[in-house]
Design a protein around this ligand. Sequence first.
Ligand SMILES: NC(=O)c1ccc[n+]([C@@H]2O[C@H](COP(=O)([O-])OP(=O)(O)OC[C@H]3O[C@@H](n4cnc5c(N)ncnc54)[C@H](OP(=O)(O)O)[C@@H]3O)[C@@H](O)[C@H]2O)c1
Length: 273
Amino acid sequence: MPSSQDAVATPKAGQPIALITGASTGIGYELALLLARDGYRLVLVSRDPARLEAAAVSLRREVPGAVVETRTADLADPEETHAACAFAAGLAPDILINNAGFGGYGPFARSSVAEEQAMIATNITALTLLAKAVLPAMLERGSGRMLNVGSTASFAPGPFSAVYAATKAYVLSLSEALSEETRGSGVTVTALCPGPTHTRFADRASIGGTRAFNGPIADARSVAAEGYAALMAGKPVVVTGLVNKLLIFGARLLPRTLVARISRRELTPPSGS
Ligand SMILES: NC(=O)c1ccc[n+]([C@@H]2O[C@H](COP(=O)([O-])OP(=O)(O)OC[C@H]3O[C@@H](n4cnc5c(N)ncnc54)[C@H](OP(=O)(O)O)[C@@H]3O)[C@@H](O)[C@H]2O)c1
């Protein structure tokens, strides 16, 4: 797991540390920017070294004096995840943002097993192991915050994106459980659940042609701002955007079979059945 130390600014004594996975682009980058503005020393983790370095350069430019360190890790890879967890445990960050993740699209019977194993490893296994790596030190200190990025897909089955939706249901369930386990300890755990958002996500998941991504789409900056406010307030769950909040409220009241039907419609092309 190679690393590049910020060449310009060095950490100040006592400077709080935030570890952010998937910070090279999209929602993770915007969360990193908010943390930099609030004076956190940033440690960014993601796969692609060039995108990661570009993000670090951009953050240092947007926030002069920001302390930004990068570490490449493919969180779909068990050994690299193990190394990232050992690093995270040693770092003992004040904030962990478990944001790295990706989706997929297509009928379950024909979708790629390798892709779905990588998705489960990244969205579920790495997120869980990183949470486990940092929580003991947070609890011992009696302070710390964790943000796990779920989705509106956390609340509904996802026909044609079945494995992705299932991974995000896991993220919500784990986060809600940890939020309750840590209640009163000084440590908070928050699940951030965005709806469709303009990032590289839709292209990577090949999901851009669906109804869900052909309606109103949020921007990563506003999603991150809502998530950041909830993180700092220690809220257990935040669904971003008014329309998504209303949809999720409705989904909680309707029978699951009906929710799955509506979800199926959203996950087919506007011209599809
Ligand atoms: N955009 C949406 O519509 C939407 C909606 C709901 C939830 N979300 C969730 O929001 C989170 C952030 O996604 P985004 O929308 O900001 O998409 P994005 O722009 O594609 O960013 C994803 C980030 O995760 C990193 N990542 C992906 N796979 C990784 C792996 N195996 N190991 C390490 N890092 C990995 C990427 O790094 P590399 O560039 O190095 O691959 C990138 O930094 C994800 O968990 C996603 O599921 C997104």
